[in-house]
Design a protein around this ligand. Structure first.
Ligand code: CMP
Length: 139
């Protein structure tokens, strides 16, 4: 079924000018970028977005990394977009990511892993609504 997922090109990707290269991977996979903007997250915004990880040992570092530079937030649309984008991204830890995935080819570390993608259709709805208004989302 056609669905949407929330993607973030993280500060390590924008810093290395990889936005276009990563977007090409996304589009080559058949996913469509239906909304996109480059923003600087505040500490409060990053904390809230990653709230589910608040008790994890990496949370504070993650929040400071995600606010260390601009990010590109995107809505991707396509058949099984959530799962498909997770396949295109590769494993969280680039050391475990399959050949040809974004994280294998571009990520710097398990933290600076270039991209985020929603982990379920339910979370995708919440995450898309966190960054985009209905007016910014055209079919
Ligand atoms: P993401 O898919 O955005 O979800 C949580 C993020 O935490 C993850 O990608 C990484 O950027 C970051 N992170 C840092 N350390 C870890 C870790 N040990 N395990 C999982 N995620 C980590």
């Amino acid at each position: 079924a056609t669905e949407r997922t929330l993607s973030i090109l993280k500060p390590d990707a924008t810093r290395r000018n990889l936005t276009g290269k990563i977007n090409a991977r996304i589009e080559e996979s058949g996913l469509r970028i239906v909304a996109q903007k480059r923003i600087q997250l505040t500490k409060a915004q990053a904390e809230k977005f990653y709230e589910v990880h608040a008790q994890r040992p990496f949370y504070n570092d993650l929040v400071s990394f995600m606010t260390s530079g601009p990010v590109v937030v995107q809505v991707l649309e396509g058949d099984n977009a959530v799962t498909k984008y997770r396949d295109v991204m590769g494993a969280t830890n680039p050391a475990n990511a399959a050949a040809g995935t974004i994280r294998k080819d571009f990520a710097e570390s398990i933290e600076a892993n270039s991209v985020h993608g929603s982990d379920s259709a339910e979370n995708a709805k919440i995450e898309v609504a966190y960054f985009f208004s209905g007016l910014e989302l055209v079919g």
